[in-house]
Every structure is written in structure tokens, then in C-alpha cells.
Write a protein that binds this ligand. Structure first.
Ligand code: UDP
Length: 326
């Protein structure tokens, strides 16, 4: 396949591109490098530096001819989205509409869209399946849900087939060490723990240890980013072959607490990770993890690298190399 990966220089995008290249696909990356990194662009791929707000540039790139678009270009900080909704409306929603309209103009019929478990909001039950009510607790989650709905209309009205992938907590790095760009100013748990283990941060703040969970800390479903990447390829093949849109959760189906993750990092890295317990973070749920049965059934996909040890080891290898130069 000839695939245009929009946001392909970012954390998930670079892993998706890597996996596509490994499987022999032709990859062009379109990225404005606002959070993506030049070092995440592989020698085998074409690169266009462009913004999704620049419709002309998007359409000109798409005119080169692609079988599918993978769209991962979005802001993703839930807290920030509550303070700066305009930024999220503009980039996430308007940017996605630009992508869809440029696809209509250039005749590209398939898109794989990064959605999020944030569309569900406060879990009514676990594991969360795709039928769980969608009541986002933050504006970021709302933008993802809004785009899902627009995609569904573009399927009906314009015949664009979409694979909507609702990620749980993406984690880990390429196990072969080929993705070396670390996220700038990360806010997510594992990179924050890694930066603390490397001495870049003084301590990890654990956002609450009085949740009704097995150890009081928050429980999440961590899914290895290369497992996510595999699912993108399977999903593109699915919509291309079946000419039908698809919406699936992607998670490991296993809940891990903050304290369990911290213990795993200490065990695997042998490093001290100072921490302090602070207030709960607004908008955080106690516990959530996925049912990925639909992805198993429809795509024959299974998380294969999403054990805690593989996630932590592969992340540590990237941090150790890039920050500690070991
Ligand atoms: N978390 C934490 N300290 C941090 C970052 C995250 O205690 O510095 C907790 C957070 O409250 C949640 C879990 O780690 O229970 C995962 O948070 P993350 O931001 O990585 O993902 P999200 O909760 O947004 O899915």
C-alpha cells in the first residue's frame, strides 16, 4: 500500500511508520514537527513538512496518490484541552475536516483515525467495550468523538471508509530500538517515571492513592505502541478489502496501577525513583481497562508485546540511550 501518515514523526506515528515499512509498504510522512521529531523520520520514507491547517499543502501532497491515510496529528493533553479549547477545536476538529475534504478532492477512500478511550468518560463498567456510553470528561475526548461522528457521515455521504481505533494508554518503544526520538515535555505516567529514573525530574508525583483500587492508585490499560501499530495495518487491510468502516478498542485488557508500574520500573532499571503522593488529578478515573474482543474478532489482532516487562524494558532502553548515553 501507499500510505500517507499524517503526524508520522510523533511517538505513535513513528512506530506506525516503522511497522508499515517493515511490512514493505510505501510511506510518506506529513508532519509540522510541532511535537514530532525529525529524528523519527526513517531513511526509507518520504517526508513533507506541513500543517493540517494548510489545506492547499495537504491536498497537493495527497495528489501524489495514496491508497490510505493514517491520521495521528492531534493535540492530546486532556488538562490543556479544558483550558484552551480553541486550540483543540482548530487543530483536532478543523484539521481533521481538512484531511477528509482533501481526501474527497483527491479521491483517497481509506483512512485510519487515532481515537481514544477518552471518548468514554467515567467508566460505568470494566472492561470497557465499544458499546460503553460515550460521555467524554474533557474537551480532548470530545474532539475525538466529534471527529468519529464526522467520519461516519463522510462514509455515508462520500464513501470514505474509516478505521477508528480507540487507543487505551499507548506505551513502550520499538523493541529493536529503532525509534529514538523521546517525547518532549511528557505528561504521561511512564515517560515521567523514566525521566525521574534518569534524574531529569526530581520526583514522580502520584496523583492520589485513595482510589477504590487494589492499592489506592489509578489503574490503566497500557498497550505497547508496536502492538497499536500492527493494528493500524490490519485495520487498513480490513477496510480496503471489506469496503466497510470499522471501530475498535485497542488495549491489552489488563489493568495496571501506578504503584505497580513504579515497582516494575524499579525492578527492571535498578534505579531509585523518588515519589510523593499528591492530590488526585481532576478528570481522572479510578480504574479503566479495555475489552479488545472486537479487534480480536474483526482483525485477528492480539497484543503481543504489552506485558509490563516488555513495555518498561523497551522504554528504558530508549531513555537510557538518549538521556544517559549508556
Ligand atoms: N499519573 C501519575 N503521575 C503522573 C502521571 C500520571 O500518578 O505524573 C497517573 C494518572 O493519575 C493515571 C495514570 O498515572 O492514574 C496514567 O496517567 P496518564 O496521564 O499516563 O494517562 P491517562 O490517565 O490520561 O489515561
Amino acid at each position: 500500500m501507499r500510505v500517507l501518515v499524517i503526524g508520522g514523526a510523533g511517538y505513535i506515528g513513528s512506530h506506525v511508520s516503522r511497522q508499515l515499512l517493515d511490512k514493505g509498504h510505501d510511506v510518506t510522512v506529513y508532519d509540522n514537527l510541532s511535537s514530532g521529531l525529525r529524528k523519527n523520520i526513517f531513511a526509507e520514507e518520504e517526508f513533507v513538512q506541513g500543517d493540517i491547517m494548510d489545506y492547499e499543502s495537504l491536498a497537493a501532497t495527497m495528489k501524489k496518490g495514496f491508497d490510505a491515510v493514517v491520521h495521528l496529528a492531534a493535540f492530546k493533553a486532556a488538562g490543556e484541552s479544558m483550558l484552551m479549547p480553541e486550540k483543540y477545536s482548530r487543530n483536532n476538529i478543523s484539521g481533521s475536516i481538512n484531511i477528509m475534504n482533501a481526501m474527497c478532492e483527491t479521491g483517497i477512500k481509506n483512512i485510519c483515525f487515532s481515537s481514544s478511550a477518552a471518548v468514554y468518560g467515567e467508566p460505568r463498567y470494566n472492561p470497557i467495550d465499544e458499546k460503553h456510553p460515550q460521555e467524554p470528561l474533557n474537551y480532548y475526548g470530545f474532539t475525538k468523538l466529534a471527529i468519529e461522528q464526522i467520519l461516519s457521515w463522510y462514509d455515508t455521504l462520500k464513501g470514505i471508509k474509516a478505521a477508528v481505533l480507540r487507543y487505551f494508554n499507548a506505551a513502550g518503544y520499538d523493541v529493536k530500538g529503532r525509534v529514538t526520538g523521546l517525547e518532549k515535555n511528557p505528561q504521561n505516567l511512564i515517560p515521567v517515571i523514566m525521566e525521574t529514573a534518569c534524574g531529569v525530574r526530581k520526583k514522580l508525583e502520584i496523583f492520589g492513592d485513595d482510589y477504590p483500587t487494589r492499592d489506592g492508585s489509578g489503574v490503566r490499560d497500557y498497550i505497547h505502541v508496536s502492538d497499536l501499530a500492527d493494528a493500524h495495518i490490519a485495520a487498513l487491510e480490513y477496510i480496503g478489502t471489506n469496503k466497510r468502516s470499522l471501530l475498535v478498542n485497542l488495549g491489552s485488557e489488563e489493568g495496571i496501577s501506578v504503584k505497580e508500574m513504579l515497582a516494575a520500573v524499579k525492578r527492571i532499571t535498578g534505579k531509585e525513583v523518588p515519589f510523593t503522593i499528591v492530590e488526585r488529578r481532576p478528570g481522572d478515573s479510578a480504574e479503566l481497562y479495555a475489552s479488545s474482543k472486537k479487534a480480536h474478532a474483526e482483525l485477528g489482532w492480539k497484543a503481543e508485546r504489552s506485558g509490563v516487562d516488555t513495555i518498561v524494558e523497551s522504554t528504558w532502553n530508549a531513555y537510557r540511550k538518549e538521556i544517559l548515553h549508556e
